[in-house]
Write a protein that binds this ligand. Structure first.
Ligand code: KG4
Ligand code: ZN
Length: 358
């Protein structure tokens, strides 16, 4: 379950601040994750416990997620410290996701972090989950060239952000309804492919024809950088209805999966590259579970290469929800000498994060 240690050139931390150990905690949705990051760059340990129980319900059940975080957190913290080869008292700070996400899940992580921080006498820093996704690639690829465009595509978010450096963000666009991953999950459910749907559609699409159905490319005819994916889900349902009742033959499902994926990927690629051009960006950083998508990576690569823009995609563990990226933001804050917030609390909405959105 561990990533092991990977050095990164991403942070300029001075000699005085060397060897600082940050414990990262992530519980915003259905993955419980804990990491120990040394000196803002070296991942000493990284554990992620995925909650398979939600598969039974075809989606994340908030109450079950919160309970599972409560059960897993103490065990993962113990394992992460053990693997990192340190004792709890050697930690310099704790970084925990405080927003956005499922509030019941966030509360478990924040309450745990505050209690643990109090017991150890170390600062507890509240981290914005989306800000962490913006920078996750740094852990493996070093610091990004700036300015960069970040595309964060997950089950809960579709965000396009201009990043001028750490702490320098301008929101360009978001989804107006369903997130990209949510569209994958809903369409997969309709196709009888289970939860989460992204990996299943990604795999099945390989067998299908991407031009079998002409699904809409939502919002591309409009200016700006916003997205909309709910109409696409309806278009898939309408297409399936013309073939009668399920079960549908595998070839039909593969064609629908491939055509749906082509529509999502084309929408993401065109919007992201328009943002890159508009902002004269030098890099495109991906984050979120949908960034694992093969087709998305394959389509973005030539677009970025043609513009001499660095396409930076983290490995799947760092694309998905993980504590390493939370610890990274915490380490950055610590290095800047930011004071911990004594009023630290969990918040469901991105707007509560203090980041410049919209
Ligand atoms: O970032 P993440 O692990 O959790 C949050 O939603 O915050 O993202 C999970 C989402 C799910 O909607 C899942 O279906 C989608 O990422 N996903 C994918 C792929 N792998 C995961 N979507 C498309 N293609 C994939 N290969
Ligand atoms: Zn996420």
């Amino acid at each position: 379950m561990s990533d092991g240690s990977r050095p990164s050139a991403g942070l300029r931390i001075t000699r005085d601040e060397a060897s600082r150990m940050v414990l990262g905690i992530e519980t915003s949705c259905d993955d419980t994750s804990v990491a120990v990051l040394e000196n803002g760059a070296r991942l000493r340990s990284h554990w992620i416990a995925s909650q398979d129980v939600h598969r039974l319900y075809g989606g994340v059940v908030p109450e079950l997620a919160a309970r599972a975080h409560l059960e897993w957190l103490p065990k993962l913290v113990r394992s992460a410290l053990e693997e990192a080869g340190i004792e709890a008292h050697q930690l310099d700070a704790i970084a925990v996701t405080r927003a956005p996400g499922l509030v019941g899940s966030l509360v478990v992580g924040v309450a745990f972090a505050k209690a643990y921080g109090l017991a150890l006498g170390v600062p507890v820093l509240g981290v914005n989950h989306i800000e962490a996704h913006l920078h996750a690639a740094t852990l493996e690829l070093g610091e990004s060239p700036w300015p960069a465009i970040a595309l964060v595509v997950s089950g809960g978010h579709t965000e396009l952000v201009r990043v001028g450096g750490f702490g320098d963000y301008r929101w360009l666009g978001s989804t107006r309804d369903d997130a990209a991953g949510e569209a994958y999950d809903k369409v997969a459910k309709r196709l009888g492919l289970g939860f989460p749907g992204g990996p299943a559609i990604d795999a099945l699409a390989r067998e299908g024809r991407a031009d079998a159905y002409d699904f809409p490319r939502p919002m591309l005819d409009r200016p700006g950088f916003d997205f909309s994916f709910s109409g696409l889900k309806t278009a898939v349902s309408v297409a399936l209805e013309t073939h009668g009742e399920p079960p549908y033959p595998r070839a039909l499902l593969a064609d629908v999966a491939a055509s749906f994926q082509a529509a999502v990927v084309e929408t993401l690629v065109r919007r992201a590259m328009a943002a890159v051009d508009h902002e004269h960006a030098r890099a495109l950083n991906l984050g979120g579970g949908v960034a694992c998508n093969r087709e998305l990576r394959a389509r973005l690569a030539p677009e970025c290469a043609a513009r001499d823009v660095a396409l930076r995609v983290p490995s799947p563990r760092l694309c998905a929800d993980n504590a390493a990226m939370i610890a990274l933001i915490g380490a950055w804050r610590l290095a800047r000498g930011e004071a911990p917030d004594p009023e630290l609390d969990a918040a469901a909405a991105l707007e509560a994060s203090g980041l410049p959105i919209g």
